[in-house]
Design a protein around this ligand. Structure first.
Ligand code: SPD
Length: 396
């Protein structure tokens, strides 16, 4: 069997297991199975084996937009304002007083948890019963959550400040009708480094192959970012599903792994500040947060390119405090609140009115810079193959 056939077979197997253990609903199973080229009789057989009868009609082709359109609109009126709100966001991703100010103004008590990667968040939501009213996935993870039916539609009538969002962050590829998400922050994944420790300013992902920095290097604990970086290194897409390209990325990742201190995401900031780590794969805004504590820290986008992303607030299926969730979204869409968040995080604001109020606005990349950057998208049927490669890299 060729490598590509093996990957498809693996993905089909993961889909079938997902259906059997409840991770994947029947509609998503059918959509993804069709995308993987599985014939209808085989799909019907798997559905039957998992307790179903026949495939639901695949009403739409497997694009993100179709999945959005398939979502029910939900009741327009959300009733009384609740007294509680439960949010799960990336760490270090909100101004220190945003939650306290919101609680003081509204009387709503907020529980605020954090996560460190999209895969961790998706896993939490798939496990069920989180009680979260708002979570903040990156664009591709919004697509994943939509495809597996884990998001509630938003009610625009409660979002009076939505007009503040800049045009390029509305009707995005991951939420083409703006039905499910409110953009939070945008940023880029590149390389943070200590100017006073390195021999020369790094300009390539190749720096993670340089033996002189053995033990002083880290990459993020994030499958999409690590494999994506090595794909970029070879001039490929961060969303590649081509077996030969993924095999090359795995080989490059394993060469780097022998030199890495660890895979670590946001917590590497402290190690950069202390000088235990000299070169780290990291996001631009978190790097700026570290630079506040040590001005020897800087950030570059490698010459081969990197990832640009926009994280957005979405409402998980069954969110218990929907009205309060909308109140929070409308609150953060205020220009001064949005500006305070981005001034703290060091990331760009997707809110044009907020950007105008920032102390040091982060400019959106020029067309020239955009040629080096790429948005991640849902890997759909190939996600099992990526998971497998990541497991092998971590174990290798
Ligand atoms: N400290 C907050 C960092 C948010 C990063 N989110 C985007 C990750 C894209 N892979």
């Amino acid at each position: 069997m060729s490598d590509s056939k093996k990957i498809v077979a693996l993905a089909q197997l993961d889909l079938a297991e997902g259906l059997a253990d409840g991770r994947i609903d029947r509609r998503s199973f059918v959509r993804n199975a069709l995308a993987l080229g599985l014939a209808l009789p085989s799909i019907a057989a798997v559905l039957q084996a998992c307790g179903g009868s026949e495939p639901e009609a695949p009403a739409k082709p497997p694009e993100g937009a179709a999945a959005v359109d398939a979502q029910p609109a939900g009741p327009p009126d959300l009733g009384e304002m609740e007294k509680e709100l439960k949010i799960c966001n990336w760490s270090d991703y909100i101004a220190e007083d945003t939650i306290a100010n919101f609680e003081k103004e509204t009387g709503i008590k907020v529980t605020y948890d954090t996560f460190e990667s999209n895969e961790e968040l998706i896993g939490k939501l798939q496990a069920g019963a989180t009680g979260y009213d708002l979570v903040c996935p990156s664009g591709y993870a919004v697509q994943v959550l939509l495809a597996i039916g884990l998001l509630e539609p938003l009610r625009p009538k409660y979002l009076t400040n939505l007009g503040n969002v800049a045009p390029q962050f509305r009707k995005t590829a991951f939420d083409p009708t703006d039905a499910h998400s409110v953009p939070w922050q945008w940023g880029m994944t590149g390389i943070a480094f200590r100017k006073d420790k390195v021999k020369a300013v790094p300009d390539s992902w190749a720096v993670f192959h340089d033996p002189q920095y053995k033990g002083k290097l880290t990459m993020m604990d994030d499958m999409r970012d690590v494999i994506g970086a090595w794909l970029k290194f070879r001039g490929k897409s961060v969303n590649s599903v081509v077996p030969e390209e993924l095999a090359a990325a795995k080989a490059d990742a394993l060469v780097a792994k022998a030199l890495l201190q660890s895979y670590v995401s946001a917590p590497v900031k402290g190690q950069l500040v202390a000088g235990d780590v000299w070169i780290a794969q990291l996001w631009n805004g978190d790097t700026l947060q570290a630079k506040v504590e040590n001005d020897q820290i800087d950030w570059i986008l490698p010459k081969e390119g990197g990832v640009i992303w926009c994280d957005s607030m979405v409402m998980p299926k069954g969110a218990p405090n929907k009205r309060a969730a909308h109140a929070f979204l409308d609150y953060i869409l205020r220009p001064e609140v949005g500006a305070a968040i981005s001034d703290f995080t060091g990331y760009g604001s997707p809110n044009a009115a907020a950007t105008a109020k920032m102390k040091v606005p982060v400019a959106y990349p020029s067309d020239e810079q955009m040629k080096l950057l790429e948005f991640q998208s849902d890997l759909a049927g190939a996600s099992a193959a990526w998971d497998q490669i990541w497991t092998e890299i971590k174990a290798g």
